[in-house]
Design a protein around this ligand. Structure first.
Ligand code: UD1
Ligand code: UDP
Length: 358
């Protein structure tokens, strides 16, 4: 059975990488279709290079655009490739426009769809990601839920239980496979003049945070206050969307060190050695929880409630006082929670479920 692995953005490349490694090891027939939703070197090729992934057979070069433009372009390109390649199953991962387009194009051609990281819900339909997840889940044939909470969300929406498989999240596989390599190769702390436990790490790119000028200003104000209070560097590898918005809104913070996005190995090290991470990223909430590093999520909700339940994460929203209060609280927590996202064998489980069922 031929598998089409569809991906298009930074988190999809990272979270698909253990599956790609597994398919390669088993000698299964597969190909990678890159939609080109992310295309800058540091958001795309950098991950193929550091994770030593095979080149995509196709790159649709869809690039940036409005939701309809991006999703439409990707769907058109995927349809052509699927008609030519005739895979038995298409795998998509997560909640991006690439996922929506991939799942929809495949389902309409009656090609089976496997959704990796199915069942996550923020219950906030204003988020583009929530719409993408819900649609993808409802047209998928294999729903690879990372946790029991995700499975329960799917059952609650009436999805057939026979389609749902709780596998853990492939991000655990990716962290386990790369952490040691990262630590061995690692000199990013040295390069940036940082020491273990003596800096805050930040990422933010959610459209509802960074495209909204007042919200972005509040986040930046909160970060500046924390840096000042603790007299520690605030390191912010900045997503291109955020970089653009900071410039557009004329926000010129002091006391925050903005650096370009880092490759996965360097970013893992930055996470692992931070005193605290503040983020609105989905993947970063998971990774900090896996690495035993406390996290403050700069949002009002999360589709990763497991991280909050185990005590690794707290939702702060974006008010500067609330961000500071959340950071104060998380700096004091014992770092002894159990990782709720599985044991690092999610990709093996996914690949064997596909080979047994498809
Ligand atoms: C997308 C996903 C989001 C995911 C994020 C991961 C959707 C709706 N959003 O958001 O769920 O969390 O990826 O990072 O699918 N840009 C570049 N270079 C790039 C990519 C983007 O400069 O390689 C800039 C462009 O100005 C672009 C903007 O970033 O307009 C946003 O890119 P886009 O892919 O539309 O959304 P993300 O914010 O990256
Ligand atoms: N990441 C990275 N370099 C960075 C910032 C993030 O490698 O400079 C990785 C991070 O380790 C995680 C993933 O990117 O695995 C998260 O992607 P992002 O925050 O863009 O998207 P989300 O997870 O919110 O969809």
């Amino acid at each position: 059975m031929k598998i089409a692995v569809i991906l298009g953005t930074r988190p999809e490349i990272i979270k698909m990488s253990p599956i790609i490694r597994n398919l390669t090891k088993r000698g299964d027939e597969f190909f990678i279709l890159h939609t080109g939703q992310h295309y800058s070197y540091e958001m795309d090729k950098s991950f193929f290079d550091t994770l030593e992934l095979p080149d995509p057979r196709y790159n649709l070069d869809a690039g940036s655009g409005s939701h309809a433009e991006q999703t439409g372009k990707v769907m058109l390109g995927i349809e052509t490739v699927l008609q030519k390649e005739k895979p038995g199953v298409v795998l998509v991962q997560g909640d991006t426009n690439t996922v929506l387009a991939g799942a929809l194009a495949a389902a309409k051609l009656h090609v089976k769809v496997g959704h990796v990281e199915a069942g996550l819900r923020s219950f906030d339909r204003r988020m583009p990601e929530e719409v993408n997840r819900v649609v993808a889940d409802h047209i998928s044939d294999y729903l690879f839920a990372p946790t029991e909470i995700a499975r329960a969300n799917l059952l609650h929406e009436g999805i057939d239980k026979k389609k749902i498989f709780v596998t853990g999240n492939t991000i655990v596989d990716a962290v386990f496979q790369n952490l040691e390599i990262a630590q061995k190769r690692g000199d990013i702390l040295l390069k940036l003049g940082l020491s273990h436990g003596k800096y805050f790490l930040v990422t933010a790119h959610r459209v509802e945070n960074v495209d909204d000028e007042p919200r972005l200003k509040k986040i930046i104000a909160g970060l500046m206050t924390i840096g000042k209070k603790y007299a520690l560097p605030v390191i912010f590898p900045v997503h291109p969307r955020t970089e653009k918005k900071l410039r557009e809104f004329g926000i010129l913070p002091t006391g925050i060190t903005f650096i370009p996005p880092k490759n996965f190995l360097e970013f893992l090290q930055l996470e692992a050695h931070a005193i605290l991470v503040l983020t609105d990223s989905g993947g970063v909430q998971e990774e900090t929880c896996i690495l035993g590093v406390p996290c403050v999520t700069l949002r009002d909700n999360t589709e990763r409630p497991e991280t909050v339940d185990v005590g690794a994460n707290i939702l702060s929203g974006v008010e500067p006082d609330a961000i500071l209060k959340a950071a104060d609280a998380m700096l004091g927590v014992p770092r002894d929670w159990k990782n709720p996202f599985g044991d690092g064998t999610a990709s093996e489980k996914i690949v064997s479920i596909l080979s047994e069922n498809a």
